[in-house]
Design a protein around this ligand. Structure first.
Ligand SMILES: Cc1cc2nc3c(=O)[nH]c(=O)nc-3n(C[C@H](O)[C@H](O)[C@H](O)COP(=O)(O)OP(=O)(O)OC[C@H]3O[C@@H](n4cnc5c(N)ncnc54)[C@H](O)[C@@H]3O)c2cc1C
Length: 550
């Protein structure tokens, strides 16, 4: 038996989320990080509703919420200073604001702290993954400490969460497709802001595109596009930075600067996300320009998608074929978000005054037509994941299957309102509308939490007997959202995966016992496919250390 079941390379947000989830399932996990600690430099500043739902899954939402500015939007300004578009989403279909301001170092600290809850997770900082030998049924990993001392450990799988310059991806010779952006951006982080405006200001001025983003605790991020012919060294000089800030705010020009650095952004994706027993996740698998604020969010989605599959395959509750659904489910969506970021970049970085006017008048015209205005305002242009090819039984309830399920507030018998997910546990769940006398038989195929939903006008009493027969928790659908969602798709029940995606639907008129048959179909899906982790000969992967300038 391998010493560890999963070795995670890299304690950025992707690796930390994966480690927390594996810990929740009691999987023996080693998290290895080259640096002495989690990141201290402010990087990502925008966290989306899906990532916050993942934090809720990890049991860390209260801590995370105490350090975010929830629910902020963006105002887009033309060169003359007029606001030509507002994107201020206020829908919370997944139980959290669509976009909130946060600070990556704080979040990483919280995720690292969260690992202390799990005795099955070990961490090793100041340690690099130096070499991996994939033997087909396990991996041997050579670790090197800062002092150069080597140590070999064994694991069943490796999650390569080692960031944009992933030495593991390089060692595996997995190429990246896409493009390297020509534009470089100056990032400036300030503290001490008293500006009360809670939204991002996007200055779509072809002379110097820029953004100003609010953050928690009086922080503020500015991003300025570097112009052709400028030098990065000259641009980061304090005097120059303060001149740029003064164009937008006299107060900000006088604030303390905690960081000024020039980044070059990429729009690229790894050609393969799995090689034998090694899985790429986060920036190791995809790189996006920051205009949509989705780099880390995509990494969190990867970690959530991969970690429960590794856990349930290792526990023998699902077949190993489930691991092949990681790439088939995640890759297309990650690429669609990269493309969205590229398109948003075109709006933010108009190449000429004519180009800027054309786009900005287009937005003004759209705002006259309410459905179009709603589409922009509510960020409906953001592609939602939909798994066509993965651990999803398509057919019944086609509109719901492969999509993230809503998260409304529900009421328990104790008349306490709770967010739906707080009742679902870590594993699979069954959400079913209460139909007295219909299929309340216990299910046996998969361990799962069962939630029986009574309509908002109903009393708890009638449904309780049905619920207790099947071991279900009975909840009242206070907003009516669950009933609308299920009935609208012709289903009486849905099977939710641990990442809150719908794995299958049970038809309204399904025969008794149908729920178990549907669950059997989910398990059967995880058992299909060739075991791609099995190799004929060991594969030796050298993990090169990235050198500046290489
Ligand atoms: C200026 C800027 C603004 C951004 N804004 C946003 C935003 O608003 N929203 C958003 O979602 N994203 C944003 N991002 C992107 C986001 O910061 C990254 O996508 C995110 O940090 C990626 O997380 P990760 O865990 O995949 O990789 P990383 O955070 O890069 O972590 C990888 C870790 O692996 C370690 N490592 C590398 N090699 C090894 C090895 N061989 N052995 C052991 N450890 C190793 C590294 O030391 C590192 O700690 C922004 C990025 C930048 C630069």
């Amino acid at each position: 038996m391998s010493e560890f079941q999963v070795l995670i390379a890299g304690a950025g947000p992707t690796g930390l989320v994966a480690a927390n989830i594996l810990g929740m399932f009691g999987i023996r996990t080693l998290l290895v990080e080259a640096n002495a600690s989690t990141v201290s430099e402010p990087r990502a500043v925008s966290i989306d509703d899906e990532s916050l739902r993942s934090m809720q899954y990890l049991g860390l939402i209260d801590e995370v919420r105490s350090h975010i500015v929830p629910g902020y939007g963006s105002y887009y300004y033309s060169a003359s200073g007029g606001c030509f578009a507002k994107v201020v989403p206020d829908i919370m279909e997944f139980g959290h604001p669509r976009r909130s301001a946060f600070r990556q170092p704080i979040l990483e600290g919280q995720l690292r702290e969260g690992l202390k809850r799990f005795p099955s997770v070990q961490t090793r900082f100041r340690t690099r993954v130096h070499r991996i030998i994939d033997r087909g049924d396990s991996v041997s990993v050579e670790l090197r400490g800062e002092d150069g001392n080597a140590e070999m450990v064994d694991a069943r799988y490796v999650a390569a969460c080692d960031g944009a310059r992933s030495g593991i991806r390089e060692g595996l010779k997995i190429g990246m497709s896409g493009s390297t952006y020509d534009q470089r951006w100056l990032i400036v982080d300030l503290v001490g802001s008293t500006d009360r405006f809670r939204h991002t200001r996007v200055y779509c001025d072809p002379a110097r595109p820029a953004l100003a983003l609010p953050g928690p605790h009086g922080t503020r991020r500015y991003e300025f596009m570097m112009l052709p012919g400028e030098s990065a060294e000259a641009l980061v000089e304090e005097k120059r930075v303060r001149e740029l800030l003064a164009r937008h705010s006299a107060e900000d020009a006088g604030l303390e600067i905690v960081r000024r650095v020039v980044y070059r952004f990429h729009a690229r994706i790894a050609e393969r996300w799995r090689a034998g027993n090694i899985f790429l996740a986060g920036d190791a698998a995809h790189l996006t320009p920051p205009f949509a604020g989705q780099g880390m969010n995509s990494g969190v989605r990867d970690a959530h998608n991969l970690a429960w599959k590794l856990a349930l395959a290792l526990r023998g509750e699902l077949g190993e074929g489930v691991l092949d659904t990681y790439e088939s489910e995640r890759k297309a969506h990650a690429w669609s978000l990269i493309q969205m970021a590229v398109k948003m970049g075109r709006v933010m970085m108009p190449m000429s005054p004519w180009n800027a006017s054309f786009t900005q008048w287009g937005f003004r015209a759209l705002s006259l037509y309410p459905p179009a205005r709603d589409y922009v305002m509510q960020m409906k242009y953001k592609p939602k994941p939909r798994f066509d090819d993965g651990l999803v039984v398509h057919g019944v309830g086609a509109e719901l299957c492969g999509r993230m399920f809503i998260q409304p507030m529900v009421e328990t018998e104790a008349v306490r309102q709770v967010a739906l997910d707080d009742l679902l546990g870590n594993g699979f769940a069954l959400i079913e509308l209460d139909q007295p006398g219909v299929d309340a038989a216990p299910v046996s195929t998969l361990p799962l939490r069962r939630i029986r939903v009574i309509r908002r006008e109903e009393r708890f009493v009638a449904a309780n007997s049905a619920a207790s027969n099947s071991g279900a928790t009975c909840v009242r659908d206070v907003s009516g959202a669950i009933e609308r969602t299920l009935s609208g798709s012709g289903v009486r029940a849905v099977v939710l995966r641990p990442d809150r995606y719908v794995a299958a639907g049970v038809a309204i008129d399904a025969a008794p016992g149908e729920t178990d048959r549907v669950l059997q179909a989910v398990v059967a899906l995880s058992q299909r496919g060739a075991p791609t982790g099995v190799q004929s000969a060991p594969v030796d992967i050298r993990v090169e250390e990235w050198q500046p300038g290489s």
